[in-house]
Each structure stands twice: as structure tokens, then as C-alpha cells.
Design a protein around this ligand. Structure first.
Ligand SMILES: [Zn+2]
Ligand SMILES: [Zn+2]
Length: 628
């Protein structure tokens, strides 16, 4: 039966006439119910809960268009209802959704106690508030992105309706097979990409790029033997380039379908994709896509929260679970073929304490196959205790300061940067460190995005962000960019935090070239260095490297002190990965290892087989496996 009709019938059967429903619409995996009497829903809060339970979908109650008051008047009413201390930054109206977007520094005050203020706004203006938190420091990218989504809200509505038609299309039969194909990121770190197929459905999970790989930086998209318009969905676990870097390329190639991810993943991946284009352009290299493709992608993003079950195809349902790796990062649970098979794609995961995130999820309703990362799955991959790591970092920083040298910490602008900033900020606050700290690259923007989504952060950090005392936007961190770089080099005892993390491009490379020859300076690696990257080669003892200066090439000697401090990684080490598998509930029947260098992945799979008596394999790129 037609889903629209079916949903309508359920709504009519379960809601009393006084709710005055005027229309019921599918918007992607969600249901929008339009009413002429929103008050009825406030008087009986069970209505929404009951209908959401019956439909097993997220339900949005909206007022009928005839009740929407004129925009200027509505704006005035909202300003009167909301206390000034909420610090409203923006108000805009999305007519297509009967929705008013209110962006404020203190969203809680727009909602009011028990949602009272929000309800008043609906009753007095007809518009349903969608409340967003403003970042506590300016983020050009976030502002641009939110405006962009607003500008295209009518088109988004159409996209969602079209998506709903595909998700809830009729299934001819359901005794099918399930197959996964490795398209990238197997026996290697970088360009993660998996194709999941049933006779009915085709889904891509992650579409990354390998920035450290000159020969084969893209996943094997050419191995997809069907036109991209047959793809049902793209699912993205987290924002890092090796997982989401090439999503806009799909749009350039003609894909026009949903991209499922969490809200922070959507924003951070757009930030990193813009940066990716920027870095390539500055190096006179060709980017695989343009900003236009990123913006097109954004229109198709459907964001979900952790643990929210979402239909993405007639025979496939997904749920995002906290992976504690970076802001918004998720392991994805796939419920395939009416429960015929349950797959968990771990994505990059941290099974240990971090300052930034709550502990990752280990409980799943059902689980047959686990795809697990193995970045640090090698026998010798032991990360030292977090406290020791912090002590070691501080010790190196102090030693360099005493010598009058500067320290460069190359970081991924999302994840490691914030973790390191938190540590440094704390030691400064306690008076245990001094000197200037400069932050360069996308890190400031990325940090600002962290402050827009405090609910994704661990309690202590969350509280500080909510009190407008965000550690990331502390005055301690001075923003640096192009012009100031030479001046910073005249500093003594400064700390420079700059992207990229593996010295594959961006400002960290510029600083490295300026700092490398002075033995008083220090370079500290705190994150993963991909095979072949400049970072990895320096870590392994590279002493000379050619650089181009004013059009001439010369040898650069690496005289600076080079250190690696393990323990800040957003990845689990061998011990943590094994513990993760041990603690998973329920136990998987089969394990597929990815996202690790060849020897690491193969050996880790062998170890898991022996340890847990489970079929565990390290697939190669282009291998296909029948899951059922
Ligand atoms: Zn990652
Ligand atoms: Zn990764």
C-alpha cells in the first residue's frame, strides 16, 4: 500500500477529531502532521508519543499554513516572548516547513521551562520554532551553511518527499541475499568506502579520500556497476576526509539522493571539504570537485541523532551510535532485510577515556557482522596512559621554551586539535605553562562548530560551553594566518597548533619548512601519520627533504627535535580494540577488519579469530563478501 495513505490512516485512527488535522506528509524518513489546532497537542502530550510509537517514525507537528502570521509580525512577537538574555542572533522563516529558525546563544531560554516559550510562539504566530545554538565564536562556514540550507528549504522539502517515495516503495519479495563490497580503506588507512547491496537496495557507506596516497587516492568508484541514480543512499560515519572527503564528487558525477549523517558530521565534513579544495588550489593542484558540489550535497543531507532508528530503504534501517572519535562521529548499525542480518560498521572508534566525548556505545539490539577499524591494531601498538601522555607533552613544551625555541604541533583540524587545546588550556589555567599559543588553519572554525553542538560533548566541557566559557574560544589561542606566519617565527617559546595533521598540505607544512633547520625548535606528532605522508617519513627519521622556495628547489635539513607523543589519538590501540570486541553486546558471529595498514589489518584479524573463535578476515579493496 502507498505509504502516504497508510500513514494518513494510522494518524486518523489514533488522533481525535479535535486535533483538526489538515494534512499528513512524508518528509524523508519523518512524518509531518499539519493541524489547525496545535493547542490540542499541548493539552495532551501523549498524542505525539502515541502516534510516533504507532508509526515508528519521528513525528513533527506543524500548524496549518492558514494560521501562519505574517513574518514581520511574527518576528516582533518572538522578540517580545523571548527574554533578551537568550541573545537571539538570527530569525528566519522556512515557509515550506511552517518553521521559524531561531538561532540564539542560549537556546534554553527560547524553549522556556517545560517548553512554555516555544509553545507560546506556536500559539501566537503559528510558526513552529526550530531552535539552533549559535557558536560562541564566529564561524563563517557554519553561518554560510545554515543560510544556504534556509535559502533552499523549499527545494529541500521536495527532495525529502522524493526520498520518502523511494524509501517506502513496494518490495517485490524479501528472501534476498546481502553483499558488501570493499571499495576503499581495506588493508590501508584512507579512502574508506563500502558498497552494501541487497537485490532491492544499494547503499554506499563512507566515501573517503586518501590524502597521503599519490597513486590511488580515490576509492574504486569505477567498480560500481550501475548508474549512480540507482543508489538509494549514502551513509557517513564521521567527517574526516578519509571517510567523507569525496561525497561531493558523487554529486558532481550526478548522484542526487540522501546523505545520512549526524548534524555535526554534516557541518564538519563541509568545512573539511571546503578546506580540501582550498589546500589543493593553493598548491596549484586540481580539486576533484568544486564548492558548488559541496553545496549541492548539503541540500541532500538528512541528519539523525544518536540511537534514532531511521528507514533508508524498503529493506534497510540504520542507527547511529556514539563512536567517541570526533564530534558527531558514529558507528552505524544496519538492520537489513527485515532483520535477516545486522551489521555494525564501527568507523574510527575510541574505547578509552577522552576529555571531549562520552564513552562510546557497545550495546546493540542485534549483531551478526562487525566491520572494525584497525589503525592501531598492531601487536606493538600500545598507547600510553592518558595522564602520562599529557605530562610528556608538557615536559617537551617546557624544554623547548627554555631553549627559546618554538614548538609545532601538526593536528587534524577536527578532533586532535580540540583535544590538544583542552590539555594546553588546562595547564595554562593552572599556571603550569606560559608563552603564546597560535592556532592556524581550519582549527578555529572547527572549534567554533564544537561550541554549536555542546550536547555532543562530555559533561564538563559541555558545561563550560553552555556558560559561554568555551575552552576552544579562550583568549589564550591567538588566531594566525598567512601574513602573520613570518612574524610568529620571531617569537621565542611559542606553541603553534596547525593543520594538516600529517604534513600533507596546509599551514603546518609552511611552519615546518620555516622551523625545521633550527635545532632549538621542536616538532611533536600527536596523531596518526599515514604511510607515505611527509609526517610519517619525518617520524621515521627523514633528515633531508627538497622544498621549493621562490621558484627554486633546495634541500631542507631537518635539525629540529622530533617527538611523538602517543595517547591523544582518537583511535583505540590494540588493547582497546580487543576490549571493544570483548565488551560488544551481543557478540558478532563474524568480523571484517578494515582501516589499518596491510600487515596490521591481516595480523589483527588473525589474532581476533584465535582469541574469540570468530571468523575474522582482513578483506582487500575490491573483495566482495556475501553476508547472507
Ligand atoms: Zn577519523
Ligand atoms: Zn579514518
Amino acid at each position: 500500500m502507498d505509504i502516504q495513505k497508510e500513514v494518513k490512516e494510522i494518524v486518523q485512527k489514533n488522533l481525535p477529531p479535535e486535533t483538526q488535522i489538515t494534512s499528513v506528509e512524508m518528509e524523508g524518513p519523518e512524518v509531518a502532521i499539519y493541524t489547525r489546532n496545535p493547542k490540542a497537542f499541548f493539552e495532551n502530550e501523549n498524542f505525539v508519543a502515541k502516534i510516533a510509537f504507532e508509526l515508528k517514525k519521528r513525528v513533527n507537528i506543524r500548524t496549518d499554513k492558514s494560521l501562519l502570521s505574517e513574518e514581520d509580525r511574527a518576528k516582533k512577537t518572538i522578540m517580545e516572548l523571548v527574554p533578551e538574555s537568550a541573545a537571539i542572533k538570527e530569525i528566519y522563516f522556512n515557509t515550506a516547513f511552517s518553521e521559524v529558525v531561531i538561532e540564539a546563544i542560549k537556546p534554553g531560554l527560547v524553549i522556556g521551562k517545560g517548553g512554555e516559550t516555544s509553545k507560546e510562539i506556536i500559539l501566537k504566530t503559528g510558526w513552529t520554532p526550530k531552535i539552533l545554538r549559535s557558536p560562541t565564536s564566529n564561524s563563517k562556514v557554519l553561518k554560510g551553511l545554515r543560510n544556504h540550507l534556509h535559502k533552499y528549504s523549499a527545494e529541500r522539502k521536495k527532495i525529502l518527499q522524493e526520498t520518502a517515495r523511494k524509501i517506502y516503495r513496494e518490495l517485490p519479495g524479501n528472501n534476498g541475499w546481502i553483499r558488501m563490497t570493499a571499495l576503499g580503506g581495506f588493508r590501508e588507512v584512507g579512502k574508506s568506502c563500502i558498497l552494501l547491496e541487497t537485490p532491492e537496495t544499494k547503499v554506499l557507506v563512507d566515501v573517503g579520500v586518501d590524502v597521503a596516497n599519490q597513486d590511488q587516492p580515490y576509492p574504486f568508484l569505477e567498480a560500481i556497476r550501475f548508474p549512480l541514480d540507482q543508489l538509494d543512499a549514502v551513509v557517513i560515519g564521521h567527517a574526516h576526509l578519509d571517510h567523507a572527503g569525496l561525497v561531493p564528487l558523487l554529486f558532481k558525477m550526478g548522484y542526487r539522493g540522501p546523505v545520512y549523517c549526524t548534524v555535526p558530521t554534516r557541518d564538519l565534513m563541509a568545512l573539511l571539504q571546503f578546506d580540501f579544495i582550498d589546500v589543493l588550489t593553493k598548491e596549484s593542484k586540481e580539486s576533484p570537485y568544486t564548492e558548488r558540489d559541496v553545496k549541492e550535497m548539503l541540500k541532500y543531507c538528512i541528519t539523525r541523532e544518536y540511537r534514532e532508528v531511521t528507514d533508508i530503504a524498503p529493506d534497510m534501517r540504520i542507527t547511529f551510535h556514539n563512536a567517541a572519535h570526533i564530534l558527531g562521529s558514529a558507528s552505524v548499525h544496519f538492520h537489513i532485510g527485515q532483520g535477516a542480518h545486522n551489521l555494525v560498521y564501527s568507523g574510527d572508534l575510541k574505547f578509552a577515556f577522552t576529555r571531549l566525548f562520552n564513552n562510546l556505545d557497545i550495546n546493540y539490539p542485534r549483531l551478526e557482522t562487525l566491520i572494525i577499524e584497525s589503525t592501531y591494531g598492531g601487536r606493538d601498538d600500545v598507547q600510553q596512559d592518558r595522564n602520562l601522555a599529557e605530562e610528556m607533552l608538557i615536559k617537551i613544551l617546557k624544554e623547548t621554551m627554555h631553549k627559546g625555541g618554538n614548538t609545532l604541533i601538526p593536528v587534524f583540524s577536527v578532533g586532535r586539535a580540540q583535544e590538544i587545546m583542552l590539555v594546553i588550556e588546562e595547564y595554562y589555567r593552572k599556571g603550569m605553562l606560559d608563552g603564546k599559543v597560535f592556532v592556524d588553519g581550519m582549527t578555529k572554525e572547527a572549534s567554533a562548530i564544537h561550541t554549536a553542538y555542546p550536547e555532543y560533548l562530555r559533561k564538563g566541557v559541555q558545561r563550560r560551553v553552555l556558560q559561554n566559557d568555551s575552552p576552544f574560544t579562550s583568549e589564550l589561542f591567538q588566531e594566525a594566518n598567512g601574513k602573520e606566519r613570518d612574524k610568529i617565527m620571531e617569537e621565542k617559546g611559542a606553541i603553534i597548533i596547525a593543520s594538516s595533521g600529517m604534513l600533507t598540505g596546509g599551514p603546518s607544512v609552511g611552519y615546518f619548512q620555516k622551523m625545521a633547520e633550527n635545532p632549538d625548535n621542536t616538532l611533536i606528532f600527536v596523531g596518526y601519520q599515514g604511510e607515505g605522508s611527509l609526517g610519517s617519513r619525518i617520524q621515521k627519521g627523514l633528515k633531508r627533504t627538497p622544498i621549493t622556495e621562490n621558484g627554486k628547489t633546495r634541500e631542507l635539513s631537518v635539525n629540529m627535535r622530533v617527538e611523538t607523543v602517543e595517547g591523544f589519538s582518537g583511535h583505540s590501540d590494540r588493547h582497546q580494540l580487543v576490549n571493544y570486541v570483548r565488551n560488544l553486546n551481543p557478540k558478532p558471529k563474524r568480523i571484517i577488519v578494515n582501516h589499518g595498514e596491510k600487515n596490521t589489518a591481516v595480523e589483527f584479524a588473525r589474532y581476533l579469530s584465535g582469541k574469540f573463535k570468530i571468523n575474522a578476515t582482513a578483506l582487500r579493496d575490491l573483495d566482495s563478501v556475501r553476508l547472507k
